[in-house]
Design a protein around this ligand. Structure first.
Ligand SMILES: Cc1cc2nc3c(=O)[nH]c(=O)nc-3n(C[C@H](O)[C@H](O)[C@H](O)COP(=O)(O)O)c2cc1C
Length: 501
């Protein structure tokens, strides 16, 4: 109960309000920006390979359409390349920066990835624990186990270096780390689908993930740059019971990411309160439809970009519905609904809409929201609540960002909040962000497949949005916002390949 109260207090105190944003430095202390690349420099580095030919994107969503790849050096390389690898190097005015396959708030990239695998030729003749180094597209070998792990299946652990986001976003940054972890998870799930592999979140304790990856060996990290365990994924799922190997004291130490740090005590408090047994949420009852033929999955993943400006043009209703439908591929995200400002979708009137992703919540949502909403059924989970031009409102609620107004539509991901925390404890709060982030990554990819663009919006006025919907209690809360439309491409920015091979 104490941890739930901590989560609720954190949630409330990190809301952006029109007169007072959540606490942060309020300026960029460039001298202390964290290195986006964690390295264990004493660890042997195993270069991974590059695969250019990947299956068509639409086949990822057709059950059994793709053959199951064997677990080997090439397939593991492909999985990491198209999930957490670099997608492009961008340059402008003498500075350059890397973008990755997984979107990240402020491109600060707090998510780290560890692989626990059986013996794989080209990696090791033993079972291994390694850390993925995206800049090098390589594995840093942290440990070889004496015991044999089951063949044909492996584990991926995700963790967050909260300091990376805290540097810029202060107290709200823990939320962004969780959204980013959700993006990373979905990026991995999608890359696994390209190989015909299943990817399942495991219900394990945060402490188990920490000891598996050596994150609890605090002497290996600067005290401000500790890594918080997020999720454990099992890929090419086997029927054997999950037994986690014992990781001993590791000799490798993480590189220092920043020369100095600003302390935000609330971040340690919320991080501790939301550790526990990771919940397995109920699955969505509806499956996504196979989309029409599209480009190769790899091309779409590498082309995914956040729009920095939108051109204000319309999209078709077919595109709109396909994008909504794609979110159903994230089948473990049954607590999330979209409350949408539809600005420019041909065939749909402008207005406020709801996309109810889990029909079980429909009545509760109706009860919780403004009683004047009409809830006109527009099929497939879509409901019109109120006609109107919400462009200005969308911009204001999104911290005055024009992308929310100039996209074809923008929306908040409204989550079943109080009940999730009651059911799962404070870790349920963390899980809701993971659900939202996973959906976000999926929507980015689907938009890209249609020649459209998207942008995740972490900066929004929480209670202004809730008030607009008539939400007055904690039953439902909006945890992530999003906009989709046509991007204006900044031609001053040039693009290079991220790897030479
Ligand atoms: C959780 C999250 C929140 C974000 N919030 C914003 C935002 O409020 N405004 C914005 O312009 N971009 C936002 N972005 C987009 C990121 O800035 C973008 O992902 C990052 O710069 C990397 O660029 P890329 O997505 O093109 O790879 C957000 C992304 C994520 C994942």
């Amino acid at each position: 109960m104490k941890n739930i109260t901590t989560a609720l207090t954190y949630h409330d105190s990190t809301k952006h309000r029109p007169q007072r944003y959540a606490a942060s430095l309020g300026y960029m202390d460039w001298a202390t920006q964290a290195d986006p690349y964690l390295r264990y420099e004493d660890a042997p580095l195993i270069a991974l390979s590059h695969v250019d030919v990947t299956p068509p994107y639409h086949l990822l969503f057709e059950p059994d359409a793709l053959p199951t790849a064997p677990l080997c050096y090439e397939s593991l390389s492909q999985l990491l390349r198209y999930s957490l690898g670099l997608a492009a190097i961008k340059s402008q005015g003498g500075s350059s920066w890397a973008l990755r396959c997984n979107a990240s708030s402020g491109n600060l990239q707090p998510t780290e990835c560890y692989v626990i695998a059986p013996a794989i030729e080209g990696i090791s003749s033993h079972s291994t624990l390694s850390h993925y180094a995206p800049r090098e597209h390589a594995l840093e070998l942290l440990h070889t186990y004496d015991e044999k792990l089951p063949e044909g299946t492996f584990l991926v652990a995700l963790s967050s270096i909260i300091w990376r986001e805290a540097w810029k976003y202060g107290e709200r940054s823990w939320r962004y780390c969780q959204l980013d972890a959700g993006h990373a998870y979905q990026a991995i799930k999608t890359a696994a689908a390209m190989l015909g592999w299943e990817c399942q979140i495991q219900s394990v304790r945060s402490t188990e993930i920490a000891s598996l990856c050596g994150l609890d060996q605090l002497e290996r990290f600067d005290q401000h740059e500790y890594e918080s365990p997020d999720m454990l994924l099992r890929i090419c799922v086997s029927k054997e019971a999950l037994i986690l190997p014992l990781t001993p004291k590791l000799p490798t130490r993480a590189n220092l990411l920043s020369p100095s740090h600003h302390d935000w005590p609330i971040l340690k408090i919320i991080d501790k309160a939301t550790q526990g047994l990771y919940p397995l949420t109920s699955s969505l009852q509806t499956q996504r439809h196979t989309p029409p033929p599209s480009k190769s999955a790899g091309e779409i993943i590498l082309k995914r970009r956040s729009a920095q400006a939108m051109d204000g043009s319309a999209i078709t209703e077919t595109q709109f519905r396909q994008i909504l439908d794609s979110s159903l591929f994230c089948n473990e995200t049954s607590d999330v609904h979209f409350m949408m400002f539809v600005h420019r979708v041909e065939g749909l009137s402008k207005g406020l809409y709801a996309f109810i992703r889990n029909i079980d919540d429909l009545e509760a949502m109706k009860e919780s929201m403004d009683t004047t909403f009409v809830w006109e059924d527009c099929n497939d989970g879509l409901y019109l609540l109120q006609l109107g031009d919400y462009r200005g409102v969308a911009q204001r609620i999104s911290c005055n960002q024009e992308i929310a107004k100039e996209g074809a539509f923008s929306f908040g991901m409204v989550c079943k909040f109080a009940e999730s925390l009651e059911l799962h404890g404070a870790i349920g709060y963390k899980n809701l962000y993971h659900q939202c982030g996973a959906i976000g990554q999926m929507l980015y990819l689907e938009s890209t497949s249609l020649g459209l663009s998207a942008t995740g919006i972490g900066c929004f006025l929480d209670d202004e949005f809730h008030a607009l919907l008539g939400l007055t209690d904690q039953r439902f809360q909006s945890l992530y916002h999003f906009t989709i439309g046509r991007a204006i491409v900044d031609t001053r920015i040039s693009t290079q390949q991220p790897y030479t091979y």
